[in-house]
Design a protein around this ligand. Structure first.
Ligand code: LFR
Length: 478
């Protein structure tokens, strides 16, 4: 058996998991979990990246001796380094408001249609491209010699080596999904200097050895290699979808719901752009064709506003609330920023002439119905736009623990849902490391190992398709 440490950083918590891999065996245990608390400073919303790095070191110490380490996190955000390699300021949080109104400026130089045709990336205000244009005149960017995406920044602190891992690079909107290389033309037209980025590296590439100080601090005996993984958490999670064959859709659930398909080639049509589907890069030449849906963020923010009640009783109460009374558009960027979420949801229901949910149980039910509906719309549209039909929906990530959400998703999609694994990103991270060290074969082999070793739950659709259709029409006016 070999042991791999998977550092997996999410928007609300980070964890270091240990994966033990052997012939027909894959076991995952949690070494350490720590909160990720964004901080609102006078400059705006920032990540406490030193706190995260300290959590990673604590986690590696708790993990004990491992054969390799891999790091994944959320996408798009970055740290800037000066000529000495020192970090310039705290990385800006993708929910910060600095990108408001920036897209229109970008589109005046490169029309949105052209940008999509070249990069295949959905419009999201936080794509790195818009963040860089927003920061254009900042002193920090003027002094920056290097830009490292969050997992690459942590890898740099662990090893002293710099690189830009491809799956996460694809979320910058500066990569061409056909060539899987930088989109030089788009960058130059927008005045973005691609020399800021370290050379591209691919999942499975070596990313250096833990530095002597890191070994000392964590008590590990060197040499311990760090391996590039699918450093975008969603790329790692999709790699750990326990699917068989190609006729499947997936939903990576957590703070976000990322719902879509795995394809061999990007879909760059105008219709796809209008439907706001993204073409992010996955392992082994695959494309993650998906839509970002607000996800459990809607519930997390409400729970925060309600003073953190226990989730179990809240979900039980929500299950008793009549279904589909009111739904909101869970794809709406209006829900992106933090704060006052119960009021914002109530307001969206009022504005669309639906009953206004009032109690926490009613609001929770509205959120879960709305997420299931958004899952249905994304999976229906993805199949149509990509010409890629599916027979099953795999739900992975933290949302698999929410049985009501999984059942509603099966009902809404009219397809069976296979739920699990919950720690998909960490498992995908481990599998890429194991594969780089010759323990598992290709993507399909990894997936079949997951099917054999991980507990999965199946939800059959309950036949009330007409009600979901009616609820969808309420949002689309169709
Ligand atoms: C999920 C995720 C999504 C990305 C969002 C912002 O954790 O990585 O894929 O769109 O966070 O980075």
């Amino acid at each position: 058996m070999k042991s791999y440490a998977a550092v997996d950083l999410g928007a609300s918590s980070g964890r270091v998991m240990v994966g033990r891999v052997g012939p027909d065996r894959l076991e995952l245990t949690e070494a350490h979990r720590f909160p990720n608390r964004p901080v609102r400073t006078s400059e705006g919303l920032r990540w406490d990246v030193l706190g995260l790095y300290a959590g990673v070191l604590d986690g590696l110490r708790a993990a004990g001796q491992v054969d390799s380490v891999g790091v994944d996190s959320w996408a798009v955000d970055y740290g800037l380094l000066d000529a000495d390699g020192a970090l310039l300021g705290n990385p800006v949080h993708y929910r910060d408001s600095r990108t408001e109104g920036i897209a229109e400026k970008v589109w005046a130089t490169v029309p949105a249609e052209e940008l999509y045709a070249a990069t295949g990336l959905q419009y999201a205000p936080f794509n790195t491209l818009y963040q860089l244009v927003a920061a254009r005149h900042s002193a920090q960017l003027a002094h920056a010699e290097r830009l490292l995406l969050i997992p690459d920044l942590l890898t740099y602190w662990l090893t002293g080596e710099q690189g830009t891992e491809l799956t996460n690079a694809s979320t910058t909107q500066l990569v061409d999904p056909r060539t899987r290389d930088w989109s030089y033309d788009i960058a130059s037209r927008l005045g973005i200097d691609l020399r800021l980025f370290a050379p591209l590296r691919h999942p499975g590439d070596p990313a250096g050895l833990l530095r002597a100080e890191v070994l000392e601090e964590t008590g590990l005996a060197g040499p311990v290699p760090v391996t590039a993984v699918g450093s975008h958490d969603t790329a790692s999670a999709v790699a750990a979808v326990p699917a068989d064959g190609e006729r499947f859709a997936y939903i990576c659930t957590g703070t976000w719901s990322l719902a879509g398909l795995e394809l061999d080639a990007p879909v760059l049509s105008e219709e796809s752009r209008a439907a706001n589907f993204t073409n992010e890069l996955g392992l082994d030449g695959t494309v993650r064709y998906l839509r970002n849906i607000m996800g459990l963020w809607l519930l997390q923010e409400c729970v925060r506003a309600w003073g953190e009640p226990e989730l179990g009783p809240l979900l039980t109460a929500a299950a008793r609330v009549p279904a589909l009374r009111s739904v909101v558009d869970a794809g709406d960027a209006a829900f992106l920023a933090p704060g006052r979420m119960p009021e914002r949801i109530a307001q969206a229901c009022r504005a669309s002439g639906q009953p206004v949910p009032a109690s926490p149980a009613e609001i929770t039910r509205c959120i879960l119905d709305s997420l299931a509906l958004a899952h249905r719309r994304a999976i229906d549209e993805a199949q149509r736009l990509a010409g890629h039909p599916v027979d099953v929906v795999h739900v992975v990530g933290g949302g698999t623990r929410n049985a009501l959400l999984c059942q509603l998703t099966a009902d809404a999609c009219g397809l069976p849902v296979v739920a699990g694994p919950a720690e998909a990103a960490a498992l995908g991270n481990v599998l890429v490391q194991a594969r780089a060290h010759g323990l598992v074969g290709d993507l399909g082999d990894g997936r079949s190992l997951l099917t054999r070793t991980q507990p999965l739950t199946r939800y059959e659709p309950r036949g009330d398709a007409a009600r979901w259709h009616e609820a969808e029409a309420r949002l689309t006016g169709g």
